[in-house]
Design a protein around this ligand. Structure first.
Ligand code: SF4
Ligand code: SF4
Ligand code: SF4
Length: 254
């Protein structure tokens, strides 16, 4: 990724803010049948998805509201990330990611805690498999598409003409141009290399020694991702909610 693009992207990320949504308020919204996919920022709740005239009270009713089955999702516990990059290595090995490319990355953010004192936070990033993916909307050849069954945003390399429109459209800088494939490449939740072969975890989730990457089915109330995202006591957010892409990758702490 070019440094200029990377730094402006990171700057946008920092400006977004990730203030906490009070659990009382979160519970109230969940009760009203809202799906919280955003982050509480500067006093207003962003990216709420409201299904008009529908209230998803019981888990079974709520489950039916998901369009995909399984609805693949990842929750990242950012405060557990130690920047060991085992996820990156496992991803590169499993998915043959070249040294100049990336399907997942670890960003760093310095947070001031006192005058001249900072703590560093590591933020793993990957394609968010957005519910409203700008990359899919702009692709002129339909080389990038959202899988109707799983919701995974997938590349058909043969259809890609390398115009890079999708790279510009992605608010998360999740794509790179693969010179060997002469096509755009990005994270696909290891669909071809693991999930379609019966594996339950992505390579990065399986390799993480700190349990940062929780992967699973958001349409299954028994799954850990479902329970984390829908627990009113837990603060969960997405990156850049203002972009309106409605990610399926969530962030939390603890
Ligand atoms: S993160 Fe970017 S590449 Fe991934 S689905 Fe969203 S817009 Fe597309
Ligand atoms: S680079 Fe490929 S995937 Fe991206 S918009 Fe162009 S054709 Fe579609
Ligand atoms: S889910 Fe798979 S493709 Fe995506 S970042 Fe993790 S290892 Fe790479």
């Amino acid at each position: 990724m070019g440094f200029k693009k990377f730094s402006s992207w990171l700057e946008a990320l920092q400006n977004e803010g990730t203030e906490h949504l009070p659990s009382e308020e979160r519970r109230r919204f969940l009760k009203m049948g809202f799906l919280v996919t955003g982050v509480f920022a500067s006093g207003s709740l962003l990216s709420l998805v409201s299904k008009v005239n529908k209230v998803y009270g019981a888990p079974e009713v709520y489950r039916r509201s998901y369009p995909y089955r399984p609805h693949y999702s990842m929750v990242l516990k950012i405060d557990q990330c130690v920047d060991c990059e085992r996820c990156k290595e496992a991803c590169a090995k499993t998915n043959h990611v070249p040294s100049y490319g990336w399907r997942t990355n670890i960003l760093e953010r310095r947070i001031p805690v006192a005058p001249d004192e900072y703590v560093t936070e590591f933020i793993p990033v990957l394609c968010n498999h957005c519910n409203v993916p700008p990359c899919v909307r702009v692709c002129p050849t339909k080389a990038t598409y959202k899988d109707k069954k799983t919701g995974i945003v997938i590349m058909n390399y043969k259809k890609c003409i390398g115009c890079k429109t999708c790279m510009e459209a992605c608010p998360y800088n999740a794509r790179y141009f693969n010179e060997e494939k002469r096509a755009i490449d990005k994270c696909n939740f290891c669909y071809d290399t693991r999930l379609s072969k019966g594996e339950k975890l992505t390579a990065c989730a399986a390799a993480c020694p700190a349990g940062v990457r929780i992967f699973g089915d958001l349409s299954n109330p028994e799954s850990q991702v479902y329970q984390m995202v829908h627990n009113p006591e837990r603060v969960v957010w997405v990156l850049r909610p203002g972009a309106g892409a409605k990610p399926n990758v969530f962030y939390t702490k603890g």
